[in-house]
Each structure stands twice: as structure tokens, then as C-alpha cells.
Design a protein around this ligand. Structure first.
Ligand code: PLP
Length: 444
């Protein structure tokens, strides 16, 4: 972007000035509106989410066959939702969060196969492509059990195709492992932020890893170029994919039952708050879209980003979406939270979220590690640093002047005792023990 335009933007925005200075910020979205109105401008609907849910159900027998660890959930890849009262107490005592109500953890960190939220979108996208190909070439019909797809003839067929994706790590693991299971050739283009152990794990699944010394956007751009040049190659486009987005959205439909099982009501008098770490935007955007379909105006959704890479906040607050990067306002884009190390947001997600998202919190890297140790000490649950960013939400929602004003405007102040807060744990169960030990000592 041109320097003049950026100067003009920042001069007029205390929020951007604070963000540009690398400080923690709280942004409340002025464009958020009633669910009913927001849906009028939405290119996606509940029907799209239902369709994705049905497709995952069709693939359940296949998933169960390829990944026996999913057998107890009958081939559904789903995670637990658990109360974390000791962490809530820690947030209140150590960070003066003043958070009433109930704090829950959605443990996508422990999703089967990929150990992160990417097990939703990434795997769904591979399966969607697989179903399209298989139906088109007569390998299956919609009525068949998709178990058939593990047969050698099918695998031979899929081995002629290549799947490519750009990734900071976790998306590559999800797409890579699932694609290899179907039988595809896979190439993952990894940015400089990607951790070495993630690359090694992928190679052990027979995935070709291409490494870049640049950031995520460059890895994506190059991956897309190489894939486009090969007619037998399919590129998973994290920045624009509706499929990825809808795979994430299915989480919300399943959350309805999980809340019911916990005896938790969500309605106008019992608001639900969600806090999801954000990179390019697909995962938190998709989950948020699904949650809005299920709970409409009773759910209040917030994203969390690192102070050096708040790409979605900068894109949405300026209205420029993917036409502005964090580097444009003088930030580095560098963070220990590798899953969130994205300098330019998805324009597609920014557009869809415009009237749904309640706001954003940004968090310093050091704080992320503190939350990680806090959760480990109080609840004995390990999450990777990116996922721990989520706790910045519950730590500030009932304390920051910006969100206190939001609660007043939404007439929520006197309902906070009845509120449920979900910190969305986006990854961590695949982190090797020696890396966990390193993390525990970081930023001490
Ligand atoms: C990818 C990722 C996110 C964010 O998802 P985006 O689709 O990039 O916004 C958050 N946490 C973890 C651990 C991730 O891997």
C-alpha cells in the first residue's frame, strides 16, 4: 500500500497507532449487526454448513478405516468441551480478569489425526475434493459406503493426482496426512515460521515439504503457481477456500449437543462468548460463522492475534481486508505463535465476518507462554503457544474499557453471571515432549 494512504489511516486511528506500536489492543467491531440483518449480506448460509456436515458423515466409515483412533467416535473427528474452573480462578487472581460465569475449553488441540483445529477444515477440503473426483469418475455413488475408497484400485486412481498447500505448519499436517491416506501425492509449501518437527512428521508420512525463507503469503503464492501449472494438481487455497471455511463451521453444530450435555443454556439471558486464535482467518471465521448460525444474537465471537501479526484486526478495522498487511503499518509479522504468524488476512473471511464478529484482542508473545504454563499448572492440559492466545479474551472481556462498553451496549452487563465463555484451544497434542519442555522455559 502507498505510504501516504497508510499515514492518513493511522493518523486518524488511535487503535492502529497503538497496534503499530506493538501494544496489546482491544477492538470492538463497529459493523457488527443483528444476525438476521447480517445474513442478508452473507454469501454462505446454514444450508452450506448442513451440506458439509452430511459429507463428513458420508466419509465417517472411510475415516474409521484409515484412522482406527476415530473408531470410538464412529469416524467423526471431534473434540471435548470441558470446564476449566481452576484456570478461571487463575485468570481472576493473577490477571485480575474479574470473570464471572463459566469458562470452558474446546479442545481442538486434541482432535484426532492432525492435533489441531486444522483437522476440521483441512481434512474436510481433501474429502470434498476426493468425493467430487470419485463421483465424477464413477468410483462411488452417494449411496455407497465410502469404505470402498480404501481399495487398491481407488488408491491407484488418486495417486495420479497431487494436492498442494501453503502452510505455517498445522494446515500442512492436516492436509498432508489426510491426502497421503487417500493416496494422493502431496506437496506442502512451508513458510519460515514452520517448526522443524512439523516438517519431519510430514516427511514421515511421505509428504514432500518445500521450505521457504519467507513468510506465509510467499509460500502460498509460490505453491499456487506451481500447482496451477500442473493440470493434475489441486491447490488448497487457505486464503479463499469456501470448503475449508465450511469444514470449520461444522464444529458449531456439534457444539450445540455438547453444551446441552453439560446442562448449559444459551439464549438472550445466558450469553455465550467465544475466543478463537486467528491467523489468516479461515479457522476462526468458519467456526464463528457456524456459531452464529446456531446461536444467532446470543453468541458473541472474538478473535485473538499476536501483537506483531494482527492481520485480521488491521484488515477489518480499516475495511481494507487483504489489501493491507501488518508490515504496512510497521509491524514485523514475527511471532512465536507459528499458527498465527500471518501478515495479510483472508479477504474472503474479512468480508464474511464484517457484520458477525464482535471484536478482537491482541496479545504479546510473552503472555502467551504465561497462559500456557498457567493452564498446565491449573488444569494439567498442554496447548501449543498459538492456542494459548485464546486466554487473552476471557482475561480482558470483563475488564477492558472497550469490551465493558460493548457489554453495556448489548445490555449484557447484568447477565455476566449467567454467561459461558469458551476458550478455543486450536492445537497442541502432537507437539513432541522435548519441544514442550523448551516451551515451558520460554519467556520465563
Ligand atoms: C491455523 C491455526 C490457527 C488459526 O487459523 P487460521 O485459519 O489461520 O486463522 C490458530 N491456532 C492454531 C494452532 C493454528 O494452527
Amino acid at each position: 500500500m502507498e505510504k501516504d494512504k497508510i499515514k492518513q489511516l493511522t493518523d486518524n486511528s488511535p487503535l492502529l497507532q497503538k497496534a503499530a506500536a506493538g501494544q496489546e489492543t482491544v477492538w470492538v467491531n463497529p459493523d457488527k449487526t443483528e444476525f438476521r440483518k447480517a445474513m442478508e449480506n452473507s454469501e454462505l448460509t446454514l444450508k452450506d454448513v448442513d451440506d458439509a456436515e452430511a459429507r463428513l458423515a458420508r466419509f465417517a466409515p472411510f475415516i474409521m478405516k484409515c484412522f482406527p483412533e476415530t473408531r470410538d467416535k464412529k469416524g467423526l473427528i471431534e473434540s471435548a468441551l470441558t470446564p476449566i474452573p481452576n484456570m478461571q480462578k487463575r485468570l481472576n487472581e493473577k490477571y485480575m480478569a474479574q470473570l464471572p460465569g463459566k469458562l470452558l475449553l474446546k479442545q481442538d488441540s486434541h482432535l484426532a489425526i492432525a492435533g489441531s483445529i486444522k483437522a476440521r477444515g483441512g481434512i474436510y477440503e481433501v474429502l470434498k475434493y476426493t468425493e467430487d473426483l470419485a463421483l465424477e469418475h464413477g468410483l462411488i455413488t452417494l449411496e455407497d459406503s465410502y469404505e470402498k475408497l480404501v481399495e487398491p484400485a481407488c488408491r491407484d486412481f488418486f495417486s495420479k493426482y497431487t494436492i498442494q498447500v501453503g502452510s505455517t505448519g498445522n494446515l500442512g499436517m492436516s492436509i498432508g496426512i489426510m491426502s497421503a491416506a487417500v493416496g494422493y501425492q502431496v506437496i506442502v509449501h512451508m513458510s519460515a515460521d514452520a517448526k522443524e518437527w512439523k516438517k519431519e512428521l510430514l516427511r514421515s508420512h511421505g509428504v514432500k515439504v518445500v521450505e521457504y525463507e519467507s513468510d506465509y503469503s510467499i509460500a502460498v503464492e509460490n505453491g499456487r503457481k506451481l500447482s496451477d501449472a500442473d493440470p493434475m494438481s489441486y491447490f488448497v487455497d487457505d486464503e479463499n477456500s469456501r470448503n475449508l471455511f465450511l469444514g470449520y463451521a461444522v464444529a458449531a453444530k456439534r457444539l450445540v449437543c455438547q453444551l446441552k450435555d453439560l446442562g448449559i443454556t444459551v439464549d438472550a439471558d445466558h450469553p455465550l462468548f467465544t475466543y478463537i486464535p486467528c491467523g489468516v482467518g479461515g479457522a476462526p471465521g468458519g467456526v464463528t460463522f457456524g456459531l452464529k448460525q446456531m446461536f444467532k444474537d446470543s453468541v458473541h465471537c472474538f478473535f485473538i492475534e499476536p501483537v506483531q501479526a494482527p492481520c485480521m484486526m488491521v484488515g477489518m478495522a480499516t475495511g481494507l481486508n487483504n489489501e493491507i498487511s501488518v508490515q504496512d503499518i510497521g509491524l514485523s509479522g514475527l511471532t512465536h505463535a507459528d499458527g498465527l504468524a500471518v501478515g495479510r488476512p483472508s479477504g474472503f473471511v474479512g468480508g464474511v465476518m464484517k457484520e458477525f464478529l464482535s471484536g478482537e484482542f491482541t496479545v504479546k508473545d510473552g503472555k502467551i507462554y504465561d497462559y500456557m504454563r498457567d493452564l498446565l499448572e491449573t488444569e494439567n492440559i498442554f496447548l501449543e503457544p498459538s492456542a494459548c492466545a485464546a486466554f487473552q479474551g476471557p482475561a480482558h472481556i470483563n475488564k477492558a474499557p472497550e469490551t465493558l462498553q460493548y457489554l453495556t451496549n448489548q445490555t449484557l452487563t447484568d447477565k455476566m453471571d449467567n454467561a459461558t465463555h469458551i476458550a478455543w484451544a486450536t492445537g497442541g497434542s502432537l507437539v513432541p515432549p522435548e519441544i514442550r519442555e523448551e516451551y515451558k522455559k520460554t519467556y520465563l
